[in-house]
Design a protein around this ligand. Sequence first.
Ligand code: UN1
Length: 510
Amino acid sequence: MLQTVSAASLKEETATLLGSLGLTEAEFTGGTREVRSPITGEVIAAVPETTPEAARAAIAKAAEAFRQWRLVPAPRRGELVRLLGEELRAGKAALGRLVTIEAGKVVSEGLGEVQEMIDICDFAVGLSRQLYGLTLPSERADHRLAEQWHPIGPVGVISAFNFPVAVWSWNAALALVCGDPVLWKPSEKTPLTALATQAILEKALKRFGPDAPEGLSAVLVGDAAIGELLVEDPRVPVVSATGSTRMGRIVAQKVAARFGRSILELGGNNASIVTPSADLDLTLRAVAFGAMGTAGQRCTTLRRLIVHSSVHDALVEKLKRVYATISVGSPVASEALVGPLVDRAAFEGMQRALAAAKSAGGTVHGGERVDVNGEASFYVRPALVTMPAQTGPVVEETFAPILYVLRYETIEEAIALQNGVPQGLSSSIFATDIREVERFLSAAGSDCGIANVNMGPSGAEIGGAFGGEKETGGGRESGSDAWKAYMRRQTNAVNYGRSLPLAQGVKFDV
Ligand code: UN1
């Protein structure tokens, strides 16, 4: 099935969409950094790069903006994020479409990503009246102990191509209500959606008025060198980075070396355990979305399926049929569920992993290239790989739709397999046996930041804290009390008496 979308039409549509969001042509043409759509592989824009001098100036401006923004009452800061949510609602169709064009996501996932931004704005607006500290009993008479949360300073956000705008919003919506400016280095593959998001925020800023200082939010377009400026600058006390473990290791060390704080959301190698009591119809649907949704390019994508031997063969047979028939195609010219890989490197990485799986004794179904829009774009049939053991590529994250299937006999063995990889982002169990469910959720169960029941590991809501352990980096973003990472805690001991009792009964009478 050859569907042809001409590159010219994607380029024109991109220009129209960016224009409708208020960008001038100079902002997305005539620059040095070419942007390609994974849908056709063709160049759709060329954006100007941020020079190191301009990046340093943006950091200085953010540091200055911080001095003013931290004094604006938090609920008033929340009003800016409320307006951002409104502008995102108005711009949802356009921004969602741009996500589809620039990241190659299918239409409902492009729109879903913008919905995730709207959701976190709503969450952050409520949060702006709840940045609460504790009061604690003091051991000393006529004393009070309390803690307050104060704004911390500019937050650097380094984001990946696969969630080109939602990840920024998890950080930015919280940072802004917490009183922090935001400096954003988007993936070099997706600067357009970042510029579009900044334009949407600027509409909200305009409506908000002069309480918002200039330089409160900036986009820095460039490669790792620009990201490094954020990572190394002590004026940026918090750096939130999403991407590979390799990148995160460098960021973590450099930020730690200057005693900054990093929030890391790195690689995942997420597994689901399918137990004998699983509802297999539901399991099948959940596995399909978890492993093949977003063409396997979520950090939460299901990559390992650990199946009890009593249901293994039946489930694998059903999965083979789904894998052989799932629709692969252009997100703009079809209703296909699986869109393109982001680029050639992703395709080659996938083929390398499949070859390694074969030499480790795996049996591969699918994984071949599908010609949708010619040589410059990379569509694949998702791959289902049965493996004799958890070795070779199974313990690595390959950012492509490959699902490795492993067999187990006891729940202890299944949990050990689930935990037996360096990454610790997300996990799930399919079971109706409450004992197995609770064991999986217990202290001796899944070691991941996310552990789900009767659903796949991906597609988290914004209300919970998002992130994972081990090589995933330990950061938490989005809901729950993730906001605390964007503020500094101050403990206050207040003496309202006339004497000076010392803690721990220490005497020091002069
Ligand atoms: C990512 O892939 O970097 O839970 C984030 C999910 C999405 C976010 C994924 N809400 O799959």
